[in-house]
Design a protein around this ligand. Structure first.
Ligand SMILES: [Ca+2]
Ligand SMILES: [Ca+2]
Ligand SMILES: [Ca+2]
Length: 437
């Protein structure tokens, strides 16, 4: 950080401290308005530059739940999603997109007669390939869902790298999320388990996977459970500053987290509350900015009849930090997702925003120094239900946001995206030193 930027950061920090006053109260207390509400655009960076809308996939089917990862060795993104055929079968597809928005190859990650859905993807620079994970309908009748994965080289799938089971317990596995741990050269996959009988409650498990060969250093283990409450909607971030993880989830009412060492041991006494207001807080997403040794957790809160979005910083050592409003406008702000850029210095949050029938996609840049830029619209509402379930990855010069796009007047649903480039003076992407691997 140069002198000018250091001074700017100190100035911003001073302004924020003045504006904040008393610290936020959150877990288990009456809702106090979070501190950053009055300071949008604190750094003066303004609305970022939006690239033109990208049609990621427009097959004549229903395409759902996109996820995206950034590959800095080739300066491109890989978008994955599940494609629902007219007959109801589902497959996992992928599309490469350069950081300039050019489409590269399209391919199937996993396809066949039994459904595959809910993909997640992470990038391994050492082997220059991705791990894509998803759920798989083992019996083809919905009676037992598993987690599977496949390594995908950067240019596309290899016949020698076939899909493999990650969890095949006879309970249901849902919503897997994968993250890459650079120091260990491992992936961590987390997911939710559900007994077909409905009890015991749903709980969150994890599995470490060696990036070199797909082997498991340990068996799967329980990250979060409770005797009478569910633990669901798990997400995970890896903080390279400490080689640790933060796993976040909800119990349908509040947001919780558990920090893990690189080998999966629980830190700081295990589960801790992140948001415990009287309203229902659900669907957390988490990212880590390693240069700040910090996590950002976003979630939706159902209050006064609609959803609002909030963010809490968690320090690398696990200390819960300040709470900020992402959006409290009328209507629903929901299904938030967050990413840090590849230099580890800035977050971006994206979400779906709307009323009763149709949704737009919005975004907001969030700085680790706790300044928030003003929110902006990424795509306007379209044909109901419009634009839903956005996902984001941070690159070197921009972020890629992708979402479900309802094609007007027809059953088909596509995947669209847009590149978001932050503007100076908050030039957080310049200049960074290219790492070796
Ligand atoms: Ca299963
Ligand atoms: Ca609550
Ligand atoms: Ca709202």
């Amino acid at each position: 950080m140069n002198t000018k930027r250091t001074c700017l950061a100190i100035l911003i920090a001073s302004i924020v401290v003045l504006a904040v006053g008393a610290g936020p109260r959150i877990a288990g207390t009456v809702r106090a308005l979070p501190p950053a509400l009055a300071s949008p655009g604190a750094s003066g960076a303004g609305i970022p530059q939006l690239g033109s809308e990208i049609v990621v996939s427009a097959l004549d089917n229903k395409q759902h739940l996109p996820a995206v990862a950034y590959n800095w060795k080739h300066d491109e993104y890989l978008v994955v999603w599940h494609n629902e055929w007219g007959g109801g079968g589902r497959d996992i597809y992928a599309q490469r997109i350069t950081s300039r928005g050019e489409l590269r190859s399209w391919f199937a990650v996993s396809a066949g007669p039994k459904s595959r859905a809910q993909p997640s993807v992470a990038y391994d620079p050492v082997h220059d390939r991705y791990l894509v994970v998803w759920i798989y309908d083992v019996n083809g009748n919905g009676s037992d869902w598993d987690v599977r994965g496949r390594f995908i080289p950067w240019q596309g799938p290899s016949g020698g790298l076939t899909e493999f089971p990650i969890c095949f317990w006879n309970t249901h596995q849902w919503n897997p999320r994968v993250v890459y741990a650079r120091a260990q050269e491992e992936f961590l996959v987390v997911w939710t388990n559900q007994y077909q009988a409905g009890m015991p409650p749903m709980y969150v498990s994890g599995q470490r996977i060696r990036a070199a060969n797909g082997s498991f250093p340990d068996g799967a283990w329980t990250i979060a459970n409770h005797p009478t409450e569910d633990r669901v909607n798990a997400d995970v971030a890896y903080n390279l500053a400490r080689s640790e993880y933060l796993v976040t989830y909800d119990n349908a009412f509040d947001i919780y987290g558990t920090r893990l060492t690189w080998n999966g041991a629980k830190l700081g006494g295990g589960e801790f509350p992140i948001a415990g207001w009287p309203d229902a807080e659900t669907r957390p997403a988490v990212a880590a900015c390693r240069e700040a040794d910090q996590y950002a957790v976003v979630w939706q809160s159902h209050r006064l009849g609609d959803f609002d979005l909030y963010l809490r910083f968690i320090r690398g050592n696990g200390a819960p930090d300040s709470v900020h409003v992402i959006s409290e406008f009328a209507g629903h702000q929901e299904n938030a997702h967050v990413a840090c850029n590849v230099s580890g210095r800035q977050y971006m949050v994206t979400w779906q925003e709307g009323g009763t029938t149709t949704y737009s996609i919005s975004g907001r840049l969030v700085n680790p120094d706790k300044t928030l830029e003003q929110g902006f619209q990424i795509v306007a509402p379209g044909q109901a239900p419009g634009h839903t379930h956005p996902a984001i990855a941070g690159g070197e010069t921009n972020y890629l946001v992708v979402w479900e796009h309802q094609r007007p007047g027809i059953w088909f649903r596509d995947i669209h995206g847009r590149l978001i480039t932050p503007r100076a003076p908050y030039a957080l992407f310049l200049p960074i030193v290219k790492r070796k691997s």
